[in-house]
Design a binder for this molecule. Structure first.
Ligand code: SF4
Ligand code: SF4
Length: 248
């Protein structure tokens, strides 16, 4: 069974839907929530980010590969750009961005408090031109990064949402909660390395086969490695974490 085909179809559909409806910024923009917090308003993206966090407590980073509109834009870009992102130290940039962004939001709500809930904040109160600008701006941010540094560069290096999911996934593993994972079977593995080549996040999957599970903060559970292994050494499972994998 191929996971990549349905996954790509779903994530490209979400990208087209959210961008065409001009609601990408309302639910996922890092900017609108900063403006909202400076006025003490609980806006729609406040709830989006909480939902994403709760999702990660069970599904890890699967949201990134299966539902994120930003990922969908990169999949569309991937039809033209074949360059693959590198597993470099640049992946830590996203944590600095997240920390700075979250600090501004927290300070905003501390100073202003939660004064009202306004789910349309950033929609009804801004012009269609500004909404278009925010939507096109997000695409103009993601696409050049993919062209220069490889497909999935924004997920790997700069995404402000990625640390939310990584924190959720780590809490899940720390508490030994069951969740969606990729199980490995070393007995079936022929060490061919095809799974590592297929990983869009440049994770050395083959190196992790002996752990019994793929544990990596950058694994977005896309299923490419599962699809690529002709020997059935990888599969999705719902389970608690394996100790060997967590130690690595
Ligand atoms: S593709 Fe399969 S057999 Fe080859 S290294 Fe990966 S897990 Fe092992
Ligand atoms: S390790 Fe497998 S599931 Fe995770 S990102 Fe790489 S290819 Fe996708």
């Amino acid at each position: 069974m191929s996971y990549n085909k349905p996954r790509k179809a779903i994530v490209i559909f979400t990208a087209i839907l959210f961008h065409c409806l001009l609601v990408f910024h309302l639910l996922f923009s890092p900017v609108i929530i900063v403006l909202a917090s400076s006025k003490g308003i609980v806006n729609a993206s406040f709830f989006s980010f909480i939902i994403i966090f709760v999702f990660s407590l069970f599904f890890g980073r699967a949201y990134c590969a299966w539902f994120c509109p930003g990922c969908g834009i990169q999949e569309i870009t991937g039809f033209f750009v074949k360059k693959k992102v590198k597993n470099s130290k640049a992946k830590y940039i996203k944590y600095f961005i997240f920390f700075a962004w979250m600090s501004v939001i927290v300070v905003g709500y501390i100073l202003k408090g939660f004064t009202q809930i306004d789910l349309s904040f950033g929609m009804a109160d801004i012009s269609i031109q500004k909404r278009l600008l925010l939507t096109v701006g997000a695409i103009m941010f993601i696409v050049p990064l993919a062209i220069i540094f490889g497909k999935f560069a924004s997920c790997k290096y700069v995404c402000w949402q990625a640390p939310i999911l990584i924190i959720g996934k780590r809490i899940r593993d720390m508490l030994h909660l069951p969740g969606l994972r990729i199980k490995t079977n070393a007995d079936k593995c022929k060490s061919c390395g095809v799974c590592s080549k297929s990983c869009p996040m440049d994770i050395d999957v083959a190196k992790k086969i002996s752990c019994g599970e793929i544990v990596d903060d950058d694994c977005i559970l896309c299923g490419s490695c599962i699809d690529s292994c002709k020997f059935g050494a990888l599969k999705y499972c719902i389970s608690t974490p394996r100790k060997a994998a967590l130690r690595k």
